[in-house]
Design a protein around this ligand. Structure first.
Ligand SMILES: Cc1cc2nc3c(=O)[nH]c(=O)nc-3n(C[C@H](O)[C@H](O)[C@H](O)COP(=O)(O)O)c2cc1C
Length: 188
């Protein structure tokens, strides 16, 4: 009989490493005309339609205040070739440095929000903060996408996934199991 004695106890403060939270994203904001960008690993899709995304942004981040005050952001999805830049963006603050300049990022005007898109990212999602009721307890913002853009020159981008400790996995082969999605035909 298999019991928990056959397993190794995993520290609770390391649980995040067991569940991949989706691709690492860059989250841009703009406050008083100044754009900023941060790295975000704790994010997830919440709803298909109308779409809803949740992301944790802590009060220790300069971006937090911009997000609270403006109620807007852009989720920019970087590709694996941007890995080092993604980590560096998450290791300095817009309070001290203009990260668009330091990391040579190209800000592109969004259509619905003041926060900029990032040209180097393969996808950009313009979002409005839809619900702040979980910000107090969890720093969790519910973000409603209002426009989304992808770069047609990169149809099969490789995304980055943070393993929680500064190591990353990169998208690998695609498994096509669509024929088994009998209950979820409308998603295909
Ligand atoms: C790989 C990685 C993932 C991160 N994920 C998050 C996250 O999910 N939530 C968060 O608040 N900060 C996260 N951070 C930390 C912020 O990116 C970091 O505090 C950054 O300096 C904030 O920038 P800002 O002060 O300009 O807003 C992450 C950093 C890295 C390197």
């Amino acid at each position: 009989m298999i019991t928990t004695a056959d397993f190794r106890a995993h520290p609770l403060d390391q649980v995040h490493r067991l569940i991949e939270p989706g691709p690492v994203i860059l989250l841009t904001t703009q406050r008083h005309g100044t754009p900023n960008v941060m790295t975000n690993g704790f994010n997830m899709m919440v709803r298909h339609a109308p779409p809803m995304i949740a992301a944790t942004v802590g009060p220790w981040d300069h971006s937090y205040r911009a997000l609270v005050e403006t109620g807007e952001c852009v989720i920019a999805v970087p590709t694996a070739d941007m890995a080092a830049t993604v980590v560096d963006i998450g290791n300095c603050s817009g309070a001290d440095v203009d990260k668009f300049q330091r990391f040579d990022l190209t800000a592109v005007a969004a259509r619905e929000v003041e926060a900029p898109l990032i040209a180097e990212c393969h996808a950009n999602i313009e979002c409005r903060v839809a619900d702040t009721s979980l910000v107090g307890p969890y720093h969790l913002f519910l973000l409603e996408p209002v426009r989304a853009w992808t770069d047609p020159s990169r149809p099969a981008p490789e995304l980055l996934h943070h393993r929680g400790d500064g190591t990353f996995t990169v998208d690998g082969p695609v498994l096509d199991l669509k024929e088994r999605m009998t209950k979820w035909q409308y998603l295909l």
